[in-house]
Design a protein around this ligand. Structure first.
Ligand SMILES: [Zn+2]
Length: 310
């Protein structure tokens, strides 16, 4: 009897505390700027275009950082703990941060933006998540779906600014559609038989499918597994056979193995150029450069590809 009484009092107290806290939690998002945390610079720029240039968005990884191998630092943990909402790519792009992100999702909204895409659009083996290619941002039509998805989540958590976010989103989707058409036309200027893109790791399969260019790489869809001598030899034979003029280093992947490919081709009497400038794959460029934005990075890649292969 006594226990029941106490339990009743305890429940009443909890309810009172809930009533006291509820109004604060409901207005907290509307009354202060949203604290948005994302994993990569690609996501940061995308979010910035949705919420506006004045909003502060924290990216755990800076320019040029490889997300496949990245582990959260103590500062990252503090930022994640303070966040109102968190966005990451998913599909194992942030392969070493899965536990941290799962932990965060217990106390706050955490979204994998790859969920915006219908699995029928994924490249890779859909029976195993680790075998699905996570580099969806290189198909701009797919990335537009991600933009809409992020915008919906942001608007639902911060309805007071929903109209503003929707206006930004509509404008940004138009920018991306123009970019998509520009890229489609640029890639078409490379003769069909020369349209072969060779890179350090397999980040460009969605790009290849969307813009009709064959892709090949030394490493798989993650940089975590290193390539072997056989991979290098096979690639050398392929390049020599197809008389490929250029292969491309990436800003977030070391280029030693590609240098070995260039040497291998030289031994077989074929000159292949490494570069010109590196492609931007899993991270944007430094602030102040064209490649510091998602749209700029995609356009820079395409211009470099077209100039080298045409
Ligand atoms: Zn990658």
């Amino acid at each position: 009897m006594r226990y029941t009484d106490l339990s009743h009092i305890y429940k009443s107290l909890l309810f009172a505390v809930f009533l006291f806290l509820a109004p604060f939690s409901a207005i907290s998002y509307a009354s202060s700027p949203l604290k948005i945390v994302v994993t990569t610079s690609v996501l940061k720029d995308t979010l910035q275009n949705i919420v506006g240039p004045e909003a502060e968005i924290i990216s755990l990884m800076g320019p040029g950082v490889d997300p496949h191998a990245y582990k959260a630092t103590l500062k990252n943990m503090r930022d994640l703990n303070n966040a109102d909402i968190i966005f990451y790519h998913g599909l194992h792009l942030e392969g070493k941060m899965a536990d941290v992100l799962t932990e965060m999702s217990r106390s706050k909204p955490v979204y994998a933006v790859s969920n915006a895409i219908d699995p029928s659009q994924y490249i890779g083996d859909c029976k195993a998540t680790a075998a699905i290619d996570p580099h969806i941002w290189f198909d701009i039509q797919l990335w537009k779906q991600v933009v809409r998805y992020i915008s919906t989540q942001i608007q639902s958590i911060h309805p007071a600014e929903a109209t503003k976010y929707q206006t930004h989103t509509t404008a940004y989707l138009e920018v991306l559609e123009t970019l998509h058409q520009e890229i489609t036309a640029l890639i078409q200027t490379i003769p069909q038989h020369q349209r072969i893109l060779i890179t350090a790791h397999d980040a460009f399969s969605y790009f290849g499918r969307a813009y009709d260019i064959q892709v090949k790489s030394l490493q798989g869809i993650s940089t975590v597994e290193e390539c072997g001598l056989r991979d290098i030899t096979n690639l050398v034979d392929y390049i020599v056979y197809h008389k490929i003029k250029a292969i491309f280093p990436e800003n977030s992947v070391p280029m030693q193995a590609l240098k070995a490919v260039v040497e291998g081709c030289k031994h077989k009497g074929h000159t292949v150029i490494l570069g010109p400038p590196e492609l931007y794959s899993d991270a944007l460029g430094e602030a102040g450069t064209l490649e510091a934005t998602y749209a700029g990075m995609v356009l820079s890649n395409v211009n470099n590809i077209v100039n080298a292969l045409r």
